[in-house]
Design a protein around this ligand. Structure first.
Ligand SMILES: Nc1ncnc2c1ncn2[C@@H]1O[C@H](COP(=O)(O)OP(=O)(O)OP(=O)(O)O)[C@@H](O)[C@H]1O
Ligand SMILES: [Mg+2]
Length: 241
């Protein structure tokens, strides 16, 4: 299974999510490969520093990404790719080969609006692949809890992206920000990482369930455009849409 974490918008939490996905699968005894498709190499440094047993490759050229993912898949349970900001070609390559796609995005309206470009690429990749693959979820990240006014506008912007949204959101947490520097996962940080760990683990579990359902169910589910679960997301953000 090839999981791609993409968004051409920078700084939305792609690397944070991709590296935690790798750690989560590793903790469950799975053979994990990781493609760092971002020339900034932040996920490579994180994974190398953590000394996790992950097959790690850094590759930014689109055709090489396609070849690498295909080559890694047979010997691994999961191949996780961390997409770059801006580089359209490599993001497109990931969308062409992925079994399942996660699009992290902040909840500010500008971030959501710039994510529309990545969603457009996703829709075009589905067209090239015959209609409905890869399935994808939006993941709301870096959520502040005190932005009531933003919530309604943001929900509208989320809705207009037309993608299903993970119900669990990642709030802005100090421990999550520190995890990269400490080269670890939030659930390995002890009590100070507890809240970040709880919600990250909840999100990863939800993602795993989505990945299984959408991939197993074939095309039927993939074509459905889900309406964001407004009430739950609004509650998580702290508003009452
Ligand atoms: N939930 C969170 N709480 C606090 N900080 C976060 C959270 N998610 C991400 N960050 C921080 O925000 C910054 C951007 O996150 P990250 O590097 O994961 O984004 P990215 O989309 O991979 O960025 P780029 O496009 O530059 O590759 C990092 O400093 C990261 O530690
Ligand atoms: Mg990154």
């Amino acid at each position: 299974m090839i999981l791609a974490v993409v968004n051409q918008k920078g700084g939305v939490g792609k690397t944070t999510l991709a590296v935690h996905l790798a750690a989560w699968h590793l903790d469950r005894g799975r053979r994990v490969a990781f493609i760092d498709a971002d020339g900034q190499s932040s996920s490579s440094r994180w994974i190398r520093g953590a000394r996790w047993n992950v097959t790690l490759h850094a590759e930014t050229a689109a055709d090489s990404i396609l070849e690498l993912a295909a080559a890694l898949e047979p010997a691994h349970d999961v191949v996780i790719a961390d997409g770059p900001a801006s580089l359209a070609e490599s993001t497109r390559a990931l969308l062409l080969i992925a079994d399942y796609v996660l699009i992290p995005c902040g909840v500010t309206v500008p971030e959501l609006e710039s994510t529309a470009e990545t969603v457009r690429m996703l829709v075009n990749a589905r067209r090239v692949r015959g209609g409905s693959k890869p399935p994808a979820h939006l993941v709301l990240t870096r959520v502040r809890s005190d932005r009531f006014l933003l919530t309604r506008d943001a929900l509208q912007a989320i809705h207009s992206l037309g993608l299903p949204v993970c119900e669990t959101v990642l709030r802005l947490r100090e421990a999550t920000a520190d995890a990269a520097g400490q080269r670890t996962a939030v659930w390995k940080m002890g009590p100070r990482g507890k809240r970040a760990a709880d919600e990250t683990l909840e999100l990863l579990q939800e993602i795993d369930a989505h990945a299984r359902t959408t991939i197993d169910d074939g095309n039927a589910q993939l074509t459905a455009i889900a309406v964001p679960p407004r009430r739950r997301i609004a509650a998580a953000i702290g508003g009452r849409s």
